[in-house]
Design a protein around this ligand. Structure first.
Ligand SMILES: Nc1nc2c([nH]c(=O)n2[C@@H]2O[C@H](COP(=O)(O)OP(=O)(O)OP(=O)(O)O)[C@@H](O)[C@H]2O)c(=O)[nH]1
Ligand SMILES: [Mg+2]
Length: 316
């Protein structure tokens, strides 16, 4: 008789400092993968929620009391010894000094400059997800006209804009390609990243950082487009999220959350339905979109988002 696969639920905490550094700990001797680096956390007990397990484990392992944490993403990974479902949380505030209660070492790490290794095998996509900024901007040529928007773009770059999706469905192929060339040149000077919208071949040709897929285009793909660093998708429901997962996106944008002038008449999801979607546990970070501003980041995160995607809100 074959046993059904038993899934071990694990709550994992990514302690993040305001400067973006996060904490890794070394796995104590005697456990599987001893000496590997991981985020603190451990298995859920019977009847326990992931958030309660997180608080208990972080207190047991490091003596801190979690005071602010939001769900981030969920990864399922099969090891030789077990299949684990890792419920990752971003922990942004805690009380107490971090103590090594299990003989583990701790190290604050900066993304893309890890000084410790090896990391637990399941955690690769996590490191990538941690590179994503809290706000993504969508271009607004249609809204503001090319000159005003390019001027606002310069301003936003000077103010720290890092990721831009160039989405201008009103432009024909030639005009879009010309804009993409211009924007890539400007944005590069600021070490920000540009994603082209639905234009996979053009993104490769121009060396853009990635492609952002409409839900409609994502639905036509069987696999992640090759040769691009980043692939994201827009989604509106669980079916589209499942398709995004199938093709292996790095992030998704879900909405729209509030009423927005760009989708007049379409009923907004609202935060409750948004949280129900994120709560299904997707293996990539999710951004909320639709009538949002940078001030909505914290609220989006309490509803399971990584951050917010902004259209008009990015250019004010
Ligand atoms: N804590 C933690 N566990 C992870 C991470 N990534 C990952 O694959 N795991 C896996 O999750 C599983 C459970 O984690 P754990 O060993 O910390 O569980 P625990 O604290 O309850 O330990 P215990 O059973 O000895 O009491 C292990 O199979 C571990 O390999 C991670 O970043 N942090
Ligand atoms: Mg543990």
């Amino acid at each position: 008789m074959s046993n059904p696969v038993r899934i071990v639920d694990v709550a994992v905490g990514i302690l993040v400092k305001p400067d973006g550094q996060f904490l890794l700990g070394s796995r104590p001797a005697g456990k599987p993968f001893a000496g590997f680096w991981e985020f603190p956390g451990g298995k859920l007990e019977a009847g326990e929620t992931a958030l309660a397990a997180l608080a208990r484990e972080l207190f047991e392992e490091m003596g801190i009391t979690v005071t602010a944490a939001h769900p981030w993403l969920t990864q399922t990974f099969t090891y030789p010894h077990a299949t684990v479902r890792l419920h990752f949380f971003c922990v942004t505030a805690w009380q107490g000094d971090i103590q090594s209660r299990e003989g583990q070492q701790f190290a604050w790490q900066a993304n893309r400059a890890l000084t410790v290794s090896p990391i637990l095998p399941a955690n690769g996509p996590i490191m990538r997800g941690l590179q994503l900024p809290a706000t993504l901007a969508l271009s607004a040529v249609a809204l503001l006209g090319p000159e005003t928007w390019l001027a606002r773009l310069e301003q936003a770059l000077a103010n720290g804009l890092r990721w831009l999706i160039l989405r201008e469905p009103q432009l024909d192929g030639t005009a879009y390609a010309a804009l993409a060339r211009e924007v890539l040149q400007r944005v590069r000077a600021h070490h920000a990243q540009v994603f082209l919208h639905d234009q996979i071949d053009l993104a490769r040709e121009l060396g853009a950082d990635g492609v952002h897929l409409s839900a409609r285009t994502a639905a036509t793909l069987n696999a992640r487009p090759r040769g691009l660093d980043w692939v994201g998708a827009s989604v509106h429901n669980a079916t589209e999220l499942a398709q995004a997962q199938r093709i292996g996106v790095d992030y998704a944008i879900a909405g729209h959350v509030k009423e927005t002038t760009s989708h007049p008449g379409a009923a907004p999801l609202g935060w409750t339905s948004f949280a129900a979607l994120t709560g299904q546990g997707w293996p990539f970070p999710l951004y909320a979109i639709g009538g949002l501003s940078p001030a909505d980041v914290a609220q989006a995160q309490t509803h399971g988002a990584h951050g917010v995607a902004l259209l008009s809100g990015a250019w004010q």
